[in-house]
Design a protein around this ligand. Structure first.
Ligand code: HEC
Length: 198
């Protein structure tokens, strides 16, 4: 009897450890995607911000508006491959092509409610989750910085009339204004397609 109990205990401990291990490896895998996501966002954002600053210094803010349209897409794609896609989306978007889908809207609402609860920007962590088809989705909030207000701030105080004209000419249905520094502007959404997971 004593022996049987002993063997059962060993079995239970072994099973428990095995379960724990498989859960652990899952967590490690997810954190790897989070790391990759953070890296891609950092590189893309740095490139985008530097090129934007250069375009502004060369052709002024209103001259940089059409540049944003043509360059944003190419730039946001410069760090991706066939198995990774990246895009920017927002509840209040400028380009209708950046309108959020249902999953993106769900995550944007989560980030917005964290902000409403008063959680400070640096403490809002990215979200990494697996979709139904096995793709991994990485979402990271984009907060508005001072330099962004000249095109996304208040129409009366921050955006100069020629800039506003350039924006509404290209985006007649624009909703991406009236933001203040530190506001949640939108988010990055990176998809790691299933094929690279194996
Ligand atoms: C020179 C004007 C200008 C400046 C400065 C600017 N943006 Fe934009 N932003 C635009 C335009 C134009 C678009 C639409 C681009 C497109 O067609 O995809 C845009 C689009 C976006 C989008 C994609 C969602 C949407 O609304 O379509 C995000 C997110 C965004 N900007 C964030 C920022 C942040 C953060 C900064 C500051 C670091 C910034 N922008 C600075 C003009 C600007």
């Amino acid at each position: 009897m004593k022996h049987t109990l002993f063997y059962i205990s060993i079995l239970v401990i072994t099973l428990f450890t095995a379960c724990n291990n498989s859960r652990k490896s899952n967590v490690v895998e997810k954190s790897d995607y989070t790391k990759m996501g953070n890296n891609i966002v950092k590189k893309t954002f740095d490139t985008l911000r530097n090129s934007l600053q250069m375009a502004i210094s060369q052709s002024g803010i209103e001259g940089a508006v059409p540049y944003c349209q043509s360059a944003a897409y190419a730039l946001t794609n410069s760090y991706v491959s066939d198995s990774v896609t990246i895009r920017r989306t927002a509840l209040k978007y400028r380009n209708p092509a950046n309108k959020p889908d249902t999953s993106e809207e769900r995550i944007l609402t989560i980030f917005a409610s964290l902000k409403e609860q008063g959680i400070i920007n640096d403490s809002i962590k990215p979200i990494t989750e697996e979709g139904k088809n096995g793709n991994i989705h990485f979402y990271k909030p984009i907060m508005l910085q001072q330099m962004c207000t000249s095109c996304h701030g208040s129409k009366s105080a921050d955006i100069q009339p020629p800039v506003w004209k350039a924006i509404t000419t290209l985006y007649p249905l624009d909703r991406a204004y009236d933001f203040k520094t530190g506001d949640l502007r939108g988010m990055w959404h990176i998809i790691f397609l299933k094929s690279i997971k194996n």
